[in-house]
Design a protein around this ligand. Structure first.
Ligand SMILES: Cc1ncc(COP(=O)(O)O)c(C=O)c1O
Length: 392
């Protein structure tokens, strides 16, 4: 259901009967709007496309792995694309007004990008986030001129953001509802079109699988809709962390699924099935243990010399599992995953042995399985047994 949007003051009941022609046009506002839209367009025009990195695997496997590196956007994550789309959508819907704040519920990455666009068009920005969000993201939001409002329970972010918007006369952006529809999924340099364009000259140009993760579900929806629209055979797999409602919701066809505990993988895994998640377009889901996600980014650092956030590891584990299955079946082809954001944001979390110990997360066995996989092409372990209840 659409969130009701602030309207102009209603015509008083006594006068309503007589007023049959209401003109709310406002040339000053329209000039401001045109300038704001132009500024967002100009930012897109100045941006280059993101790289498609080739992850080195033995050439004789006949299976190639690529990572679309979304960490190189000006605000450091795949959320730069989403924030641009959300701002354009909200501006063109008349939801953002000069001088009024934009408020957002976020696990951090979207808020960093939205703070950037809010400053670009000259409106205040407030991010509502869980208190456990890494300090580096709070600092990035503040660096972009935004303000952070931290709440104790991750489930409070939606209600608090809506309340702050009501109290300030601002606009609650609500990425969790609007992400899937704000993006132009048919093309226009969205992430999916860009992947297919970049893959065109590779030895297996049409990916057998694209692996995404879900926070709003918007990225997976864009990828899934695009491959269907482009009539490609590519499968879309969503890798989901522990404590996320997306996996049970998709498995059981239950949009009301919820979980008790917040995800430890920042940016992905929600305690409810977000409205922007489009389950019918997803071909496969795989539950990935948090320790496996973190082990995967540690191994990725050795493979690429690059650090990534843990959501990248969630997708990477699933991509490795898919490659292992393709090897088992003797299939050749390509698999594409996403490098969602840089690991430097999480030095005190996923790259800290102290934090891992405090959470009781043992990555050693998963690192060992991944090292073995890189030698043998066979990845054993959770997510490997397709008969297990949580394997997708
Ligand atoms: C680091 C990171 N990775 C992946 C995602 C998933 O993207 P989406 O919201 O499009 O589902 C998010 C979303 O917040 C994120 O912050």
């Amino acid at each position: 259901m659409e969130t009701p949007k602030p309207m102009q003051p209603p015509v008083p009941a006594s006068a309503a009967a007589e007023v049959l022609d209401i003109d709310r046009s406002d040339l000053r506002y329209r000039r401001w709007l045109s300038e704001a839209v132009a500024k967002v367009h100009a930012d897109a025009n100045r941006s280059a496309d993101t790289h498609l990195l080739s992850v080195p695997l033995p050439a004789d496997w006949g299976v190639d792995l690529y990572l679309k590196d979304e960490s190189t956007h000006p605000t450091g994550s795949l959320k730069h694309r989403l924030a641009r789309s959300l701002f354009l959508y909200a501006l063109c819907n008349g939801w953002i007004r000069p001088g009024r704040p934009v408020i957002e519920a976020s696990s951090g990455s979207t808020a960093v990008s939205e703070a950037y666009f809010a400053r670009l068009i000259g409106v205040p920005f407030v991010a509502v986030m869980a208190r456990g969000t890494v300090r580096a993201k709070v600092e990035l939001i503040e660096f972009q001129g935004g303000t952070c409002h931290l709440v104790d329970d991750a489930c409070e972010v939606y209600g608090t953001a809506a309340r702050l918007a009501r109290e300030t006369g601002g606009h609650y952006m609500d990425q969790f509802t609007y992400a899937e529809r704000a993006t132009d999924w048919r093309g226009n340099n969205n992430i999916a079109e860009s992947i297919f364009r970049q893959m065109a000259e590779e030895r297996h140009p049409v990916p057998a699988w694209i692996v995404a993760t879900a926070g709003t579900g918007g990225t997976s929806a864009t990828l899934a809709r695009y491959v269907r629209y482009a009539q490609a055979t590519t499968g879309i797999c969503v890798a989901d962390p522990e404590n996320s409602a997306f996996f049970p919701g998709w498995r059981d066809g239950d949009a009301s699924a919820t979980t008790e505990t917040a995800s430890r993988i920042e940016g992905i895994g929600r305690q409810r099935v977000e409205p922007s998640f489009v389950p019918g377009a997803i071909d496969r889901m795989m539950r990935v243990p948090d320790a496996a996600s973190i082990a995967a980014i540690r191994v990725l650092e050795r493979l690429l010399g690059r650090r990534a956030g843990a959501s990248t590891g969630t997708g990477l584990w699933a991509a490795f599992r898919i490659i292992s299955e393709m090897r088992e079946r003797g299939e050749h082809g390509s698999v594409v995953g996403l490098l969602c954001d840089p690991g430097e944001r999480y030095v005190e979390k996923y790259y800290s042995d102290g934090w891992l110990a405090s959470q009781g997360i043992a990555i050693g066995p998963y690192v060992k399985r991944l090292e073995e996989f890189l030698q043998s092409g066979v990845l054993e372990g959770p997510g490997a047994d397709r008969s297990a209840p949580e394997a997708g």
